[in-house]
Ligand binder design. Structure first.
Ligand SMILES: *Cc1c(COP(=O)(O)O)cnc(C)c1O
Length: 396
């Protein structure tokens, strides 16, 4: 797990900020997810956008997951890493002609189509290549994911998917599109969902729609219910591996599969969040009348989630008296980065052992939507990495 001693040693000669990845924890997480999914015969595609670090992608591919992509470059990357085209799906509200053409060239498993206009475009481009494209309709089920508004995607007010009142027209378009083959329906209602009841509500909607298509003579091969399973940002050491068993059980219990139907998932965050930490050093401690500021060498350019989503990350002091709870004097700090923005703040009023210049700070649960969102704003350095030793017997 999160071995502080080993990490401090490894980091002592390293420049910071640096992303630290615990590959052993990643492997354990992948094994747990795979096992829980296999029990029900479910297929899991990993959502590349959560983290497309190549070491991580290789482990995920080797563990037997497919790939869920949201851009042409992600499709390309998935193929470079060795994901089989037949295990790759491609979603996104704004696929460009070039991205569609390239994905058709690779003969990926399916396009998750987000509008009627996109159906027409894919049909035309597939016709030009003289092939048939496999498509799933991404349907907006109007289910509230009970999560932050910026990562809610399945409500009528969101830009994603085809609205239920447009399904008649979508089916009509499919009927006129000789170069499209409908293989299934697709949903993805949001991210960091921690209330499993949300997924029950999703199952109810999926069942209704599955019947709707069945009544119209469509034999859907795939029900793709997307991703969104949340992780524990508040207690990463208590819950290093999400409860995949309970998650998949909800779908096993509430989804009504027709004979031969496959169930597909697209997990991102749940697979990679806890294996990553952003490690930083304290540059300055600035004591004010109202506030104590801890100014780190990491900023929103390395981890944007707090600035973008007001996201919470556990912040720890790694060395010195950290963890020893003992007599160390505790202080409240606003933990901030060096970037010229007031939103460049990792946490307010964070209780930490008294810190000084040079102390090591870990920002936990940063494996998903962390380094992938990094920017060069302020002409910052490229991201640096440190990996735990590779799990025994696993080839990356
Ligand atoms: C982002 C995304 C996912 C993964 O979401 P997580 O919350 O990271 O599990 C799955 N499917 C689609 C279509 C996505 O855009």
């Amino acid at each position: 797990m999160f071995d502080r001693k080993q990490l401090i040693e490894a980091i002592s000669h390293q420049e910071t900020p640096v992303y630290y990845y615990d590959l052993l924890l990643l492997q354990q997480t992948l094994d747990a997810a795979k096992q829980a999914a296999d029990k029900h015969g479910f297929h899991v595609h990993y959502a590349l956008k959560a983290n497309f670090n190549e070491r991580i992608l290789s482990l995920i591919r080797n563990a037997g997951f497919g790939a869920d992509c949201v851009s042409g470059n992600e499709v390309k990357k998935a193929i470079e890493i060795g994901f089989r085209p037949n295990d790759i799906v491609f979603a996104g509200v704004g696929k460009s002609d070039r991205e569609i053409r390239e994905a058709l060239n690779h003969d990926i498993f399916a396009f998750n189509v987000e509008s009627i206009a996109e159906l027409t475009v894919i049909n035309t481009l597939a016709a030009a290549q003289g092939i048939k494209a496999r498509v799933a309709l991404r349907i907006n089920p109007n289910v509230d994911a009970q999560t932050h508004q910026y990562i809610t995607t399945g409500l009528d007010e969101n830009k994603f998917g085809i609205a239920h009142w447009q399904l008649g027209e979508a089916v009509e378009t499919l009927g006129q599109s000789e170069h499209l083959e409908l293989i299934g329906i697709h949903f993805h209602i949001g991210s960091q969902i921690t209330d499993l009841n949300v997924f029950k509500s999703l199952c109810v909607k999926v069942n209704e729609l599955n019947n709707w298509f069945d009544e119209r003579g469509f034999r859907l091969q795939v029900l793709n219910v997307g991703g969104g399973l949340g992780v524990d940002y508040h207690q990463p050491d208590l819950h290093p591996i999400p409860d995949f068993q309970s998650y998949f059980s909800v779908f096993a219990d509430f989804l009504e599969r027709k004979p031969g139907q496959e169930v597909h998932f697209e997990l991102g965050r749940a697979l990679v969040s806890q294996c990553g930490s952003l490690i930083s050093r304290v540059l300055y401690v600035k004591n004010g009348i109202k506030k104590n500021f801890l100014i780190l060498d990491a900023g929103m350019t390395e981890l944007m989630r707090p600035a973008l989503y007001q996201a919470y990350h556990q912040i720890e002091k790694l060395d010195g008296d950290a963890g020893a709870q003992g007599d160390a004097e505790q202080l409240r700090y606003d933990v901030v980065g060096p970037i010229c923005e007031s939103s460049d703040c990792f946490g307010k009023e964070v209780l930490l052992p008294k810190c000084e210049r040079g102390d090591l700070i870990a920002i936990r649960t940063a494996g998903a939507y962390g380094e992938v969102m990094a920017s060069r704003y302020n002409l910052r350095e490229e991201i640096r990495y440190l990996y735990s030793p590779t799990p025994v017997g696993v080839d990356t």
